[in-house]
Design a protein around this ligand. Structure first.
Ligand code: SAH
Length: 344
């Protein structure tokens, strides 16, 4: 099978070209064709000889996705369902969101997810495989081609657990970062994790400049384990210890995600527990009104409770904001579209 040429950052692409008996500057030309000119075939790389184009075609694919479905919200959010063209019919989702500071894309990191969070639309769907780096990068390219926009921010909040596909996610970030390609700085990239503790230490030691978001959702082990089985493996104390190490090492703030579900984790006692847990940490809390999934037991908190919760945190010196809901009319939340399309 041909290798996806988008799996290689520039340095690795130079090595690949060398192994084909080519000069390494060819890699820079190819990189530019892919990431700046966004071509969809080797034939369009007109400053390469016909012979080299043929050689590339024989050895590599450009990993172009096919759009299976596209939904557009009244607020401008666009949700894409892609066929990754791996011959297995695998589908993934990505979302394009427009903010005042530019376009953000929410990418998937795996086909399916192993985490089994009870409130998440990806739950109950079999895990197939990790996405390759090139498949992560192609989500952005496919959307830029289709929507004709320049994406400036990336969040790893689509389907999958990015730290469970650590190597490929890191490789994709190198490709996103490269100034000779997409040139999206690490500060414009967020990784969201359900709390894979050893990988948080690894990220800290790497001194990554990306933003780290941690899906906390509760400050006590009983409630968190009921929502997120991963808490049985890495309970809150261990998770917070790793987060403190990360903050110390990188001097970067962590964003804690907290999805508020009615009568589950949204009362004043919960807010008090959260304040205690995060006391003194360089942290920000992102409150998300939980999106009820079909058949799920968690329902959205009332607006009144959400505001009370936020105000309490703010009063106690913890910066908390309520995430604006985008694309609710097109089921833009994580995993929902794929779920609808592979159920029947
Ligand atoms: N696996 C990673 C990233 C994917 S989910 C993680 O767990 O962080 C991205 C964010 O959406 C996470 O904070 C997740 O907990 C949240 N999320 C998932 N399903 C949701 C739902 N139904 N309502 C609100 N937030 C949800």
């Amino acid at each position: 099978m041909r290798k996806n040429i988008k799996n290689y950052d520039l340095d690795n692409l130079k090595e690949e070209l060398k192994s084909l008996g080519e000069k390494s500057f060819r890699a820079e030309q190819i990189f530019k064709w892919i990431y700046q000119d966004k071509v969809q075939s080797f034939d369009e790389m007109t400053n390469l000889s016909l012979e080299l184009r043929k050689k590339l075609e024989e050895n590599y694919s450009l990993g172009i996705f096919k759009i299976v479905k596209k939904l557009e919200s009244v607020d401008g959010t666009k949700k894409y369902l892609f066929d990754v063209q791996d011959g297995q019919g695998n589908l993934i989702e990505s979302v394009l969101m427009q903010y005042h500071h530019g376009y953000t894309i929410c990418v998937s990191s795996q086909i399916g997810c192993k985490m089994g969070c009870k409130f998440c639309a990806s739950t109950g769907i079999e895990f197939f495989r990790n996405l390759e780096a090139g498949e992560i990068v192609e989500q952005l390219l496919a959307i830029e081609r289709d929507s004709n926009v320049k994406i400036s921010n990336i969040v790893f909040m689509g389907i999958g657990e990015p730290l469970d596909n650590y190597d490929n996610v890191m490789e994709s970030i190198k490709i996103f970062n490269n100034p000779k390609g997409l040139n999206i700085g690490a500060r414009h990239i967020s990784i969201s994790t359900s709390g894979i503790v050893p990988k948080i230490y690894e990220l800290a030691d790497k001194q990554m400049q990306c933003t780290l978001s941690v899906s906390l959702h509760s400050s006590n082990n009983k409630t968190r384990s009921a929502m997120m089985p991963i808490n049985n493996v890495y309970p809150i104390e261990e998770l917070i210890k790793a987060c403190k190490y990360y903050i110390n090492k990188t001097n970067k703030r962590i964003s804690f995600e907290y999805a508020l579900a009615k009568d589950n984790n949204d009362n004043l006692e919960d807010a008090k527990e959260l304040v205690k847990l995060l006391h003194g940490m360089l942290a920000h809390v992102n409150l998300i009104p939980i999106n009820k999934i079909e058949g799920g037991k968690y329902t959205k908190s009332t607006n009144e409770n959400i505001i009370k919760f936020r105000d309490y945190l703010n009063k106690c010196g913890i910066v908390a904001t309520i995430r604006r809901e985008l694309g609710t009319d097109i089921s833009a939340a994580c995993g929902q579209l794929r779920r609808q399309n592979i159920k029947g």
